[in-house]
Design a protein around this ligand. Structure first.
Ligand SMILES: *Cc1c(COP(=O)(O)O)cnc(C)c1O
Length: 365
């Protein structure tokens, strides 16, 4: 039996009729750019996040880019985030001309170590980007308190945390703005690239709407120089269909994760912890083991995929040499990077498949 990291085909087959109808409808209406279905999805997803506004963008990356640009963050500014994330989080900081400052993570939850944030703040710091990595929310109340004390903006990278609950609030709606990715493999995934910013700030919404569409007020009236950061209507139509299923899929992911946790309980590997203030959405099911490489090798030999999210932390990437970080600067990030393994997780993953995977992990560890 072959087990992939995620199975997008199985998901498509389970909702094929709804998806095919939605796509056909767009093709027949030819409303490919900024069509009505985009506006519909923006409102649906903002509502889902308990946020006032949603702005559809071309990717999670351009969602992050456009928030930093719209907030006027740029040259001579610093932005605090983690090194243990996908590179888009840090790229957004550099894209607007600011400098990224990496803070180490918490050993239990792999999210930003909130106790280290204040010591990273300088007079140049303008914002913090907490990343809800793997679908586990950052302890946002602490981040918000620090941000208020130092007058900083808070931009949530919620690219892995669709529908994730933090003390009764939805991730993405807690800071000044939340950035989502609908990359196909995300918990809510399009059939191509797409992203969204959600926020309660009307002024920020207007600025991002201008920036995403060449700074246009109308067709050839450009208020500012902008970008082409628009979400395709076709993707919005697909996402509207999928959003209706998201809570059910998240429940299944949580149930799949719970089975993994049970089966691996006495195996010696570190299974994911869930903070009591949160409802993890398990975009990634990440375990830790000193025998990580052997686990991956044996799984692969048995036709089972496994991943590492992420194998090289950003502060040690060639492209960030200019920031002058060195090995040892972020010890927890560097330690877990050597031990983490992402096991297959998706709603359609069966009990039998999880049992096979856990038997292999236990035999190797
Ligand atoms: C996927 C992801 C992004 C970027 O999203 P894209 O839609 O691929 O541009 C940003 N941050 C994190 C944490 C991600 O996982």
């Amino acid at each position: 039996m072959k087990i992939p990291l995620l199975d997008l085909k199985a998901q498509y087959l389970s909702i094929k009729n709804e998806i095919d109808d939605a796509i056909k409808n767009i093709l027949e209406n030819t409303s490919f750019i900024l069509g009505k279905p985009l506006e519909v999805f923006e409102n649906e997803f903002a509502d889902y996040c308990n946020a006032k506004y949603g702005i559809g963008l071309s990717s999670g990356t351009t969602a992050l880019d456009s928030v930093l640009l719209a907030l006027g963050i740029g040259k001579d500014d610093e932005v605090i985030t983690v090194s243990h994330t996908f590179i888009a989080t840090a790229e957004a900081v550099s894209h607007c001309g600011a400098r990224v400052k990496f803070v180490d993570i918490d050993e239990d939850f792999y999210t930003i170590n909130t106790e280290l944030i204040e010591s990273a703040i300088t007079e140049k710091t303008k914002a913090i980007i907490p990343v809800h990595i793997y679908g586990q929310p950052v302890d946002m109340d602490i981040v918000l308190d620090i941000a208020e004390k130092y007058n900083l903006k808070v931009i949530e990278d919620a690219a892995q945390a669709h529908g994730c609950d933090y003390k009764g609030r939805k991730t993405g709606s807690i800071g000044d703005a939340g950035c989502f990715s609908f990359f196909p493999g995300k918990n809510l995934g399009a059939y191509g690239d797409a992203g969204m910013v959600v926020t309660n700030n009307e002024e920020l919404t207007d600025k991002i709407r201008l920036l995403r569409n060449h700074g246009r007020k109308d067709k050839y009236n450009h208020i500012v120089e902008g970008y082409n950061f628009r979400m395709d209507t076709l993707q919005a139509a697909v996402l509207s269909v999928k959003l209706k299923h998201l809570d059910e899929w998240t429940d299944k992911r949580r149930d799949r994760a719970a089975l993994y946790n049970r089966l691996l309980a006495d195996s010696g590997v570190v299974t994911p912890k869930e903070a009591e203030y949160s409802r993890h959405v398990y975009h990634v099911y990440c375990i830790r083991s000193k025998n990580r490489d052997k686990i991956i090798e044996t799984l692969n030999k048995n036709n089972i995929a496994a991943g590492i999210h992420y194998p090289v932390p950003l502060h040690l990437q060639p492209c960030y040499e200019y920031l002058k970080y060195k090995k040892g600067d972020l010890p927890v990030t560097e330690m877990i990077t050597q031990e983490i393994v992402s096991l297959p997780i998706y709603p359609e993953l069966s009990d039998e498949q999880i049992t096979i995977i856990c038997d292999i992990v236990k035999s190797v560890n």
